[in-house]
Write a protein that binds this ligand. Structure first.
Ligand code: SF4
Length: 185
């Protein structure tokens, strides 16, 4: 099974606790006004990567990496492949898993193919981005209507409070990437 991936970035400090590898998936139909990542919306584009290959690529994560963060695009629009990938990742690594989703918690809980992913995730940041629901980002939400869902007991609210909200990477090809609460450029 394949996942359509937009970008993979290692060494992030603004996508959850500790140093993280971030996987932005490609494809989102939700079209939240003001979305930071419109380039991830198209169902085509990005790179189709098998869940096996993606898991093996993550063996190259820097040793200090605390876990992975999956963002979008909308991860649950590839729910079946996401569940397969996370199952493989959990077998290979001890790292934590954080997922950003535009779907509300209730929809994730009540949709069978989405629900299959839940036990593979430590923290879900869920709900559609609302550009009119301002937040100070203190509690690691891009907009105040979103919800932090601590699925496992690995993290709690304190772990996600006061984290850096944005960071800038200069990549090996000289391009600049802004990453953080919702953003990748
Ligand atoms: S904020 Fe997330 S869920 Fe909303 S349109 Fe952008 S990528 Fe999709």
């Amino acid at each position: 099974m394949n996942l359509r991936v937009h970008t993979i970035l290692h060494g992030s400090k603004a996508n959850g606790p500790g140093i993280r590898s971030v996987i932005w998936l490609q494809g989102c139909t939700l079209n939240c006004p003001g979305c930071f990542n419109p380039q991830t919306h198209a169902a085509e584009g990005g790179e189709l990567i098998s869940t096996d290959t993606l898991t093996r690529r993550l063996k190259a994560m820097p040793p200090e990496t605390e876990g992975i963060t999956i963002s979008g695009g909308e991860p649950f629009e590839q729910a079946e492949a996401l569940a397969e990938f996370l199952t493989r990742f959990r077998r290979q690594e001890n790292g934590s898993v954080i997922v950003f989703s535009g779907f509300p918690k209730e929809k994730i809980e009540t949709t069978p193919q989405y629900r299959a992913c839940i036990s593979l995730i430590d923290v879900l940041i869920c709900g559609p981005y609302n550009q009119n629901a301002q937040t100070d980002h203190l509690h690691y939400l891009a907009s105040a209507n979103q919800e932090l869902w601590f699925v496992s007991d690995r993290y709690n609210q304190a772990d996600l409070t006061g984290l850096p909200t944005h960071e800038v990477f200069i990549l090996s090809d000289g391009s600049v990437t802004v990453s953080g609460l919702g953003a990748i450029q």
